[in-house]
Design a protein around this ligand. Structure first.
Ligand code: UT7
Length: 336
């Protein structure tokens, strides 16, 4: 059985910065509310004409990760792409990245697990490396939220939270036993599927049907819906559970954590976990203040930034954890 490790990381966010004050010109919101409830100060949004899409941003992040992994694009054996905001209904973004980066005919898979997407994608990649089937796997999380949000007051409880961006990792077969991904743990609970969802357009809610169902246009299923407090309560429980599950499976304890990188859903959620586990500030990495919630991209962006800032060193125990729509949740325990 082989072990996988992260050999290269990269991230990309569009240049266009949107502050809370910018949003307050579009809807009834304000900087104080957004910062108090979420910790977010600003986020990046794709600007019309800047050339970015979910797959293009993913490819930009992936290119950096490949360079840093010191491999060639031709060494990539598999592409796993996590997103909830693909460029097309089909095909997925994985094949588009393959085309943009001119990668050979390796397989490409899209993962649809929203905020947990990167951890699910990492877990899939890890299994393929463990079995010896593949050696180098490109794992990408990328989102273009701004293209699909309701920027009127009606959508304010959702649209102030999300930002655009991408992060990527090259997962490689590890040469040192014990170094790399120690475990991944994944969960889902479909009974809460619609508590954080985008119903259509889909095969079940096609455009004419949506219009017929909503002649007044007041309940619009083609914008995301989130039952915020319900999601929040489940998030703090599941984050804690799945971190402990991962630690226990490896005979580790909370005190062994050198760096926790939680999915950047809400600063209040990260702070709750930090306090519950009594972790000092230098052991939890947050950057939601600058990027908002970038869903599948949030962990790889944060991981890249933490690594670039020298906050992760060889031998450190790094814990990744996420919770989101599905509901889905998961953790990855990594010895760096
Ligand atoms: O990443 C996937 C997982 N996602 C999460 O984990 C998100 C979990 N949920 C949350 O982060 C929080 O529930 C939110 C940040 C979404 C909302 O915070 P909240 O403290 O739960 O606020 P609320 O939805 O209960 O709304 C409180 C008030 C309401 O007004 P009333 O009814 O008290 O008069 C809202 O209408 O705040 C109002 N409100 C806003 N006011 C200003 C909602 N959105 C806004 C806004 N600006 N953007």
């Amino acid at each position: 059985m082989y072990q996988s490790k992260i050999a290269g990381l990269g991230s990309y966010v569009p240049e266009n910065v949107v502050t809370n004050d910018d949003l307050s010109k579009l809807m009834d919101t304000n900087d104080a509310w957004i910062q108090e409830r979420t910790g977010i100060q600003e986020r990046h949004h794709i600007k019309k004409g800047d050339g970015n899409t979910t797959s293009i941003m993913g490819a930009k992040a992936a290119k950096i990760a490949i360079e840093r992994a010191n491999i060639s694009k031709d060494d990539i054996d598999f592409i796993v792409f996590a997103t909830l905001s693909p460029d097309y209904y089909f095909p997925g973004c994985g094949v588009q990245v393959q085309e943009i980066l001119d990668i050979n005919t390796c397989p490409a898979l899209d993962v649809r697990n929203q905020c947990s997407g990167f951890i699910y994608a990492l877990s899939v990649a890890d299994q393929f490396i463990k079995t010896g089937m593949y050696k180098n796997i490109l794992v990408i999380g990328s989102e273009n939220h701004s293209g699909g949000l309701d920027f009127t007051t009606r959508g304010r409880s959702v649209s102030v939270i999300f930002g655009d961006g991408a992060g990527a990792a090259v997962l490689t077969r590890s040469n040192h036993n014990g170094q790399g991904i120690l475990s991944t743990h994944l969960h889902s609970e479909g009974k809460h599927a619609l508590e954080l969802s985008l119903k259509g357009p889909s095969t079940n809610h096609w455009v004419p049907e949506i219009i017929a169902e909503n002649p007044q246009g007041d309940d619009i299923p083609y914008y995301p819906y989130m039952n915020g407090q319900f999601v929040f309560k489940h998030a703090i429980t599941r984050f804690s559970e799945v971190i402990m599950e991962g630690l226990k499976a490896n005979g580790l304890e909370v005190k062994d954590i050198d760096m926790l990188i939680p999915h950047q859903a809400n600063l209040r959620i990260s702070q709750f976990i930090q306090q519950k586990f009594k972790l000092s500030d230098d052991k939890v990495y947050n950057n939601i203040q600058k990027y908002g919630n970038t869903t599948a991209a949030s962990i790889p962006i944060a991981l890249t930034e933490a690594w670039e800032n020298g906050k992760i060193k060889e031998g450190d125990l790094v814990v990744l954890a996420a919770f989101g729509s599905g509901f889905t949740w998961g953790s990855a325990i990594i010895e760096w």
